[in-house]
Design a protein around this ligand. Structure first.
Ligand code: LP5
Ligand code: MN
Length: 251
C-alpha cells in the first residue's frame, strides 16, 4: 500500500470530491480553476476523492481544450501534490490523463497519515451496500475485462452507453429512498475496524457533514465532502484542525 504522511503545521492538506465537472456547468468549472490557481497552491497536497468529472469514458475521448488536466499540472508544478482517486463516474480515468495532470493515482481505499494519525480515504459508493442495484452495476463496470471491452468501443458508442446509464440511473434513483442511497453504518464500522483507523473521509452521497460517533467504545469520525453543484466544498486540515468549508461560486 502507498504511504503518504503530512504535517499540517507546515502546510494545509485539502480534500475535495464530487465536482462533476462538465462543460454544461461552467460555474463549477470556473470555481475549480480559480481554486486550483488560488488557495490550493498553498497546500502540501490536494486529494480528489472521485467524481472530478461528471462522466469519463476514456482518456482518448478527452476534448483537446479540456482545461482541468493543465490546471492540475500547474498546481503540481508549483509543489502541491495532486492525488486522484476514482469515483463512480470517472473510474475510467487512466494513466494518460494522470500523467498529463502531474497527478498520482490513489487506490481505494487509501490510508494516509495526517499529523501522525492514520486516515482512511474512499469515494464512498462502496459503503452504500443497501443499494443492491447500484452494487451490481459497480461490480460490472469495475471488472477489468468489462472495462477493456468498453474502452475498445468507438467513442460515439461509449458516449451513447454512458448517456443511457446516466438516464437509467436517474430514473432508478427516483425510486430509491434516501436511506438506501446513504452509507450503511455497519459497513462504515467494519471498514474502520478492518483498517484499524478512527477517521474516514469520503464523498459520493453529497451530504456534507462531520459525524462524530462511538465505535467499540472509542470515538470515531466520518467526514463527508459535499458536491460542487451550488457551491464548492473543501475539507481543509491545517494546524491539526479539520474544517469543512464551502466555496461560493462566481467570485
Ligand atoms: O453519481 P450519482 O450520485 O449520480 O449516482 C450514483 C449511482 N449511479 C451511477 C451511474 C452513473 O451515474 C452513470 C454514469 C457513469 C459514467 C461513466 C461512463 C462509463 C460507464 C458506461 C456504462 C454502460 O453510478 C446510483 C446510486 C446513487 O449514486 C446513490 O449511491 O443509486 O446507482 C444507480 O442508479 C444504478 C442503477 O440502480 C442500476 C444501473 C443502471 C445503469 C444500467 C446501464 C445501462 C447501459 C445501457 C447500455 C446500452
Ligand atoms: Mn459519486
Amino acid at each position: 500500500m502507498q504511504t503518504f504522511s503530512f504535517n499540517t503545521n507546515r502546510a494545509p492538506v485539502l480534500f475535495i470530491a464530487d465536482l462533476h465537472l462538465d462543460p454544461a456547468r461552467p460555474d463549477a468549472m470556473e470555481a475549480f480553476l480559480a481554486f486550483a490557481d488560488g488557495s490550493a497552491r498553498r497546500a502540501a497536497a490536494l486529494f480528489i476523492l472521485g467524481d472530478l468529472f461528471e462522466a469519463w469514458i476514456g482518456d482518448d475521448a478527452r476534448p483537446p481544450d479540456e482545461p482541468v488536466g493543465p490546471a492540475l499540472r500547474a498546481l503540481a508544478a508549483g509543489g502541491t501534490m495532486v492525488f486522484l482517486m476514482h469515483g463512480n463516474r470517472d473510474f475510467l480515468l487512466g494513466d494518460d490523463f494522470r500523467d498529463a495532470a502531474g497527478a498520482t493515482r490513489l487506490e481505494e481505499p487509501a490510508i494516509i497519515h495526517v499529523d501522525d494519525e492514520p486516515v482512511l480515504l474512499e469515494h464512498g459508493d462502496a459503503l452504500c451496500i443497501d443499494d443492491v442495484a447500484y452494487q451490481a452495476f459497480r461490480a460490472q463496470v469495475r471488472d477489468p475485462a468489462w472495462q477493456a471491452g468498453f474502452l475498445a468501443l468507438p467513442i460515439a458508442e461509449r458516449l451513447r452507453q454512458a448517456q443511457a446509464a446516466r438516464t437509467r440511473s436517474g430514473e432508478e434513483m427516483a425510486g430509491k429512498t434516501e436511506a438506501i442511497m446513504d452509507v450503511n453504518p455497519g459497513a462504515v464500522g467494519q471498514r474502520l475496524r478492518d483498517w484499524q483507523v478512527r477517521r474516514l473521509i469520503h464523498g459520493h452521497t453529497h451530504r456534507p457533514a462531520v459525524h462524530e460517533f462511538e465505535l467499540d467504545g472509542q470515538p470515531a469520525t466520518r467526514i463527508v465532502l459535499g458536491d460542487w453543484f451550488e457551491q464548492g466544498s473543501v475539507l481543509r486540515v491545517e494546524h491539526g484542525r479539520y474544517a469543512l468549508e464551502t466555496l461560493a461560486f462566481g467570485r
